[in-house]
Design a protein around this ligand. Structure first.
Ligand SMILES: O=C(O)c1[nH]c2ccc(F)cc2c1NC(=O)[C@H]1C[C@@H]1c1ccccc1
Length: 229
């Protein structure tokens, strides 16, 4: 998170850290007791390994009473996701067991109505991603508030030049922005997850390249189908 600030501990009890060999790779969030939603691109350099999911954390490294690392039973990238673009950049992870829910581990409601969030709506995003242009990695969860920008503005030829589909949304990236390591985390507007930070490589903090999110509502049937399977 660039230009943000340390989150108040455990006020975002749905936040997940997707880890490989104890290292944070991407964000994610609890959408059901045994299911975490994240971004498909995050699985690109795993060569057969499987994530572990850290729940209930504020600090990645310090011991905390409600922190718990869960094994993953299944990792299901959206069938339309691919390495060439940001399309269908969603990943569902089934935990080995139901997460133990408490004040520090909670499910986040997600938007099922497929209607664009109005431009200028201020939403919030949190993560353990880089907090400086030099790539500094935080130990604690950071957050930032960002206004939604319209798809037309985001698709301007000087911005993302027509690549933002109706299943994506954008927020202003002037100074305050998401960055590497925040991908997979939720864009939360009025307490509801509306989008997932896309994990394609992207410059951060440059107003000419707004942040891109996969909208969740268009994928409700896929998410329900996978969780029911
Ligand atoms: O965050 C992303 O956008 C992104 N997209 C990917 C694609 C493949 C892939 F193998 C990984 C990623 C990845 N995450 C990262 O590189 C994470 C490792 C880096 C990081 C940054 C800050 C703090 C901790 C760790």
């Amino acid at each position: 998170i660039l230009g943000g600030y340390e989150a108040k501990p455990h006020l975002r009890p749905y936040m997940a850290s997707l880890q490989l060999d104890g290292q944070h790779v991407c964000g994610g969030f609890l959408i059901a007791e045994q299911w975490v939603l994240s971004a498909a691109h995050c699985t690109e350099e795993m060569d057969g390994r499987v994530f572990q999911v850290l729940l209930g954390a504020h600090s990645l490294r310090e011991p905390e009473p409600h922190k718990r690392l869960y094994r993953v039973r299944a990792q299901i990238p959206h069938p339309g996701s691919n390495i060439h673009n940001n399309k269908d950049d969603l990943l569902l992870l089934q935990l080995e067991e139901k997460a133990e829910l408490n004040a520090h581990v909670r499910v986040l409601p997600w938007q099922r109505e497929d209607r664009d969030v109005a431009a200028d709506t201020v939403c919030e995003v949190a993560g353990w991603g880089t907090i400086s242009h030099s790539g500094r990695r935080p130990d604690k969860l950071y957050q930032v508030e960002r206004p939604v920008i319209s798809r037309d503005v985001c698709n301007h030829r000087t911005r993302h030049d027509g690549t933002i589909t109706e299943k994506m949304m954008c927020t202003d990236s002037r100074k305050k922005d998401t960055c590497k390591g925040d991908s997979g985390g939720p864009l939360v507007c009025s307490g509801v997850a509306e989008g997932v930070v896309t994990a394609g490589s992207r410059v951060c903090g440059n107003y000419k390249k707004p942040a891109i999110y996969t909208r969740i509502a268009p994928y409700a049937a896929w998410i329900d189908g996978v969780m029911a399977s």
